[in-house]
Design a protein around this ligand. Structure first.
Ligand code: TXA
Ligand code: MG
Length: 309
């Protein structure tokens, strides 16, 4: 298959991509978090193509992306009052809400769950695409088990020749996937930490909890899979002394050290560094850990998963 690559398209060109979505095919597109691999959220056959292209286990549900806050009402039911506050504060943006699903959403999107994850991305190309195509189901644009694609090169590496269209929107601003918040559980829980932090959300949801798997254990769908993993073995080190011990222990290996104090930059570049390390053939990646607060919780969550197994 020849993949159409659209570079920094304007509305007119985005229409071509929207037609591809509407005809039941796949388009990789930029968002502010990571690139998404999109299909029409209301088309079962199209959604199945996402799982096939990624090699994604079909018990791992997808996020539905919308272009207007009001579109939520067509896709979810029994929306709790707190949702409106969260949406007014954080949408468009990197916050995904898990709600009871409307039956228009195919079971393939939600992996058979009676809930659906929905977000409105903060990226002009993504919004224009969704406005023209309707709601888009999209996981991160990466082969299953690989770090999420945060730049056009990653998406091309994984999907060129395998999908109909890839939209180049430049490097993703944030570099880590959205915060996933389960509004159907009591208390409300963060299922996946991201740019919108526990501290920010707790101001609106005082009894908010962080799901236990976030700090290591595995519980909900999709969370059990090894994610974000480069080929190299990832080892976490708490300080420079530990870094030098590890370097000594593996002195016969090709080792890369990631020691960054700026969390925002680390978040933005982590997946990129993982992918480049694969290409450069590193065998060990030693990463200095960060505090599990603010965006640090999301960074540590991804690092712990990458260091599994
Ligand atoms: O930033 C993002 O969220 C990116 C961009 C493309 O929007 N998307 C993304 O999708 O990271 P994906 O498929 O890689 O991750 C979706 C996460 C998974 O951990 C999945 O288990 C969870 O959301 N999820 C989706 N639907 C769910 C549901 N109904 N209940 C619980 N978790 C759900
Ligand atoms: Mg993913």
């Amino acid at each position: 298959m020849k993949t159409l690559i659209l570079e920094m398209p304007e509305d007119e060109e985005i229409r071509t991509a929207a037609e591809i979505i509407k005809s039941g095919n796949l388009v990789a597109f930029p968002t502010e978090t990571v690139y998404g691999l999109g299909a029409s959220a209301l088309n079962t056959e199209a959604v199945k193509k996402i799982f096939k292209a990624k090699g994604r286990p079909n018990d791992n549900p997808l996020i539905v992306h919308i272009a207007k806050k009001e579109d939520l009402n067509e896709l979810a039911v029994n929306i709790p009052e707190i949702a409106e506050k969260l949406i007014n504060r954080f949408w468009p943006g990197p916050l995904t809400l898990v709600l009871k699903k409307n039956k228009v959403i195919p079971d393939e999107v939600t992996a058979g769950l009676d809930t659906v994850a929905i977000r409105m991305p903060k990226n002009e190309i993504a919004i224009s695409l969704i406005e023209q195509s309707g709601p888009i189901a999209a996981p991160s644009a990466n082969l299953s088990g690989k770090p999420s694609g945060t730049s056009i090169n990653h998406v091309i590496q994984d999907f060129n020749g395998k999908i109909d269209c890839i939209i180049d929107g430049g490097d993703a601003d944030i570099g880590l996937e959205s915060t996933v918040l389960d509004l159907t559980s009591s208390p409300i829980a963060i299922l996946r930490p991201g740019k919108i932090t526990f501290e920010q959300l707790r101001k609106i949801i005082p009894d908010l909890v962080i799901s236990s798997h976030v700090k290591g254990e595995v519980k909900s769908p999709g969370m059990k899979y090894k994610h974000y993993a480069p080929r190299a073995k990832v080892i976490l080190a708490k300080d420079k002394i530990e870094i030098s011990k590890i370097k000594k222990k593996y002195s016969d290996k090709k080792i890369k050290v990631i020691d960054m104090n700026n969390s925002k930059l680390l978040a933005k570049n982590l997946f990129k560094i993982f992918r480049e390390s694969d290409i450069e053939g590193y065998e060990i990646i030693v990463v200095k850990t960060v505090k599990e607060k603010g965006i640090g919780l999301a960074i540590m969550n991804r690092l712990k998963k990458a260091s599994l197994g």
